[in-house]
Design a protein around this ligand. Structure first.
Ligand SMILES: [Zn+2]
Ligand SMILES: [Zn+2]
Length: 340
């Protein structure tokens, strides 16, 4: 089969590799659509939990091509997606019921073979059926939606909370839709791409404020005038530490600042401890997801989370280099899908 293979960080090719043999409770999925996300850029640079050689791709959907003898509930031809997280069930954190921090955390597309290939092998306990009304392209958004569902679990929005979201990438927009659905009061998205803000406004997901990357004072002024007391929840969905740094200026007393975007591992920000003391601010992190796929699929199947407008580009597997380039450097790019 054809697959994207990284020999080491930054060095990859699309080539022939053996189709993985299927055994036990394994399901071989023929990949129909697989999203590229920022994590793939981190993996490209050898960061995050990446381990090489590696076939990346953790946001995939497709058709069951083969099932092992112990598989229950799935058969060849089923339309499916799969939770890419594989947890050991035996380590300290798994036994503590905090499997997200499994000490043997294995993630297809991050440190195990993923979906930028014709086929991907998954344990059947991680496979989820999708209905006919969900396209493979829509189903490829189950993983980013699951990350947003986990974000909602972490954030614990209260009815009427005013929320400020910095960033309008795919996961930011999906989270914004969930916030709205989950009882948030006024939601504001502040981002630098006018095209993305237009999409947010068109969908009726949130109010929008343009961000000036060269002069944060501009959007700060607009936000302060519209929300003089600030917001109950301020979310950084940009992964830019300079933006996160600014988040503390907009949070109300007892409010929450959420690290949702992925900053560089070595990046730092400066905070004034007195601000935490004086305002009783909470700082929350939201890392990936596990066990959120069922709810994510429900949100997609019910049309509560809308993703059609988020697909800006579709590439073939052979064009992975161009697809990655587009995701990294393209203007107004939201989700780039790779379809073998
Ligand atoms: Zn992702
Ligand atoms: Zn574990």
């Amino acid at each position: 089969m054809r697959a994207v293979v990284y020999e080491e960080p930054k060095k990859f090719s699309v080539r022939d590799v053996p189709k993985p043999p299927v055994s036990g409770g394994q399901v071989l999925i023929e990949v129909k659509s697989c999203g590229i996300c920022r994590t793939d850029a981190h993996i490209h640079n050898g960061a995050f939990i990446s381990r090489f050689p590696l076939t990346p791709g953790h946001e995939f959907a497709g058709v069951v091509a083969e099932v092992g003898p112990d598989v229950k509930g799935f058969s060849v031809g089923d339309r499916v997606t799969a939770d890419n997280t594989v947890l050991c069930g035996e380590c300290y954190y798994c036994r503590r019921d905090i499997p997200l921090f499994c000490e043997n955390f294995y993630s297809l597309g991050c440190n195990g073979p993923g979906g930028f290939a014709q086929y991907v092998l998954v344990g059947y306990d991680k496979v989820f059926s999708i209905s006919d009304r969900l396209s493979f392209r829509q189903a490829a958004f189950t993983e980013p939606t699951a990350c947003a569902v986990h974000g909602m679990d972490v954030i614990e929005v209260r009815p009427g909370d005013d929320v400020l979201v910095f960033g309008a990438g795919p996961t930011g927009i999906i989270l914004t839709q969930l916030l709205r659905h989950g009882g948030a009061g006024r939601v504001v998205v502040c981002a630098s791409s006018q095209a993305k803000l237009d999409l947010v406004a068109r969908g009726g997901y949130a109010r929008t404020v343009p961000m000036d990357r060269s002069d944060y004072g501009k959007h700060a002024k607009i936000l302060r005038e519209a929300f003089p007391r600030g917001f109950d929840i301020v979310i950084d969905a940009t992964g830019a530490s300079a933006v996160l740094q600014q988040a503390f200026d907009f949070v109300k007393p007892r409010g929450k600042v959420v690290v949702y975007g992925v900053c560089g591992e070595e990046e730092t920000i400066e905070v004034r401890p007195y601000q935490f003391f004086e305002k009783e601010i909470k700082l929350l992190g939201s890392f990936a997801q596990t066990h959120c796929f069922d709810r994510a699929l429900m949100f997609l199947e019910e049309g509560i989370v809308k993703v059609d407008d988020l697909v800006t580009d579709v590439y073939g597997l052979e064009d992975y280099a161009a697809a990655l380039d587009r995701m990294l450097f393209g203007k107004d790019v939201l989700k780039v899908l790779v379809e073998p």
